[in-house]
Design a protein around this ligand. Structure first.
Ligand code: UD1
Length: 421
């Protein structure tokens, strides 16, 4: 297992290029299975979750050719089965449920179970597919779904808002269902707009993605097409906060500031300077940060994936911040590690109270999920002395060339094999 070692206290300067969005690439790779012919997907990030998705897709019989960040996918699917071994390493593989059911008429896929950020139910995915006419059983920890699909009205509102991947699953399945489907209270994330754009290029008929209601007219078949994935707004957020927390000046290139508007508003309130550019932005921070009150919510609200990242910045603010988690109430596992670096954070039900400190101190810490891992890297960049982050395989799931990109900005960061004790 590898570790990442950071010498903190060096301001980041220069430019960083943002990769394609992992959360767009995963459902779009699944959507390519719906087509009759090859798709060419560009700007696919080279991250572990994409590798896992490609492994599952090729285990189903599809042919994949990968050149850099381009993938040619020939959807010659023979099997309609995703095992526990795959799904337990990447819960997003649940987004194969809709496309496989629509394409093959049946599918067997492992239930995802829980993870470090809390329970991950799939009731909205199942309810939506049942409304499309699927017969669904749970057998030995697997979802088994079959049936011919017909359009219907579906309300995807859940206890924490809508579900991103349930919206993706229903949108994909409804493209090949008979008749019209209307999704009420869909998730509105930019990655779903990207998915809808790809499905429409393939011959789908989807209107309203990104809005409060999505209407889908089913079509007989879809054709493979070329598509380029949108920039990763969570990766962009990570480098924006890295630039700010290190008190440097960083130009974030190939990012879409529109997708980051809530975060940028909050960062400005905290005293971070942001200058928008046509395809990116410049971030700069000189003064001590001001504290914030914020609550995560589905898009266009403050992203839950950025909650651990901004909490690190707020742990260095002058005064008391309150961060409420409105999407995954248990997503605070990482605070124990930040406390070991000197952060003053008190958990309260579904929220944390952060009393800003003057300084974080380097320590040995452990990543518990992708964004918790990235948060510890950010803490290490700002801290005095050396920070060693272990279990970095979590970070590899979602960040392309993290060490190279941060080193390019002047961070003192390296990766090395962990010695077994
Ligand atoms: C996606 C993102 C993930 C992000 C999350 C929330 C991908 C690949 N992953 O995950 O990075 O953290 O959105 O923005 O896009 N829920 C239910 N029933 C369901 C499904 C979800 O109650 O059937 C709940 C979840 O427990 C959670 C909330 O809805 O509280 C949002 O989850 P969801 O949007 O489904 O997350 P994912 O799509 O899995």
């Amino acid at each position: 297992m590898d570790q990442i070692i950071i010498q903190g206290g060096y301001p980041l300067r220069g430019e960083v290029h943002i990769s394609g969005a992992k959360n767009s690439a995963l459902p779009i790779l699944a959507a390519a299975l719906l087509a009759e012919g090859k798709s060419i997907l560009k700007n696919i990030p080279r991250v572990k979750d994409v590798d896992t998705m490609l492994k599952i897709i090729s285990s189903l019989g599809a042919e994949i050719t990968q050149r850099g960040d381009n993938i040619e996918l020939n959807p010659t699917v023979k099997k309609s089965f995703a095992s526990y071994e795959f799904v337990s390493t990447m819960r997003a593989s649940i987004c194969l449920l809709g496309p496989l059911l629509a394409k093959k008429g049946e599918v067997k896929i492992s239930l995802p179970g829980g993870c470090a950020i809390g329970p991950r139910p799939v009731d909205l995915h199942l309810k939506g597919l049942q409304r499309l006419g699927a017969e669904i059983k749970i057998e030995d920890g697997y979802i088994v779904a079959r049936g011919e699909l017909s359009g219907n009205n579906i309300d995807l509102r859940g206890p924490f808002g809508s579900s991103v991947l349930a919206t993706a699953n229903i949108m994909m399945a409804a493209c090949l269902a008979k008749g019209k489907t209307t999704i009420f209270h869909p998730a509105r994330e930019p990655e779903l707009v990207d998915l809808a754009n790809f499905l429409n290029k393939m011959g789908g008929d989807i209107k309203g993605a990104g809005g409060r209601k999505i209407e889908i007219e089913g079509v007989k078949n879809l054709e493979g097409k070329k598509h380029s994935i949108i920039p990763d707004r969570i990766e962009a957020a990570t480098y924006i906060i890295a630039g700010a927390i290190s008190r440097g000046e960083v130009e974030i290139k190939e990012a879409n500031p529109e997708h980051l508007s809530f975060l940028l508003k909050k960062l400005k309130q905290a005293g971070v300077q942001i200058v928008l550019r046509p395809r990116g932005l410049i971030v700069r921070a000189k003064e001590r940060f001001r504290p914030l009150h914020l609550a995560t919510a589905p898009y266009p609200g403050f992203p839950t994936d950025v909650q651990p990242l901004i909490s690190v910045l707020l742990s260095l603010a002058e005064g008391k911040s309150v961060v409420k988690e409105g999407v995954y109430p248990n997503r605070f596992v990482y605070i124990g590690e930040l406390q070991r670096m000197g952060a003053n954070i008190i958990p309260r039900e579904a929220e944390i109270i952060i009393q800003g400190v003057n300084l974080l101190k380097g320590a040995k810490v452990m990543a518990s999920d992708i964004r918790a891992g990235a948060a510890l890297i950010l803490a290490g960049l700002a801290a005095e002395g050396e920070t060693t982050v272990s279990r970095v395989y979590h970070i590899d799931r979602g960040y392309e060339d993290l060490i190279k990109k941060l080193s390019g900005l002047g961070a003192k960061i390296k990766r090395k094999k962990e010695r077994s004790s």
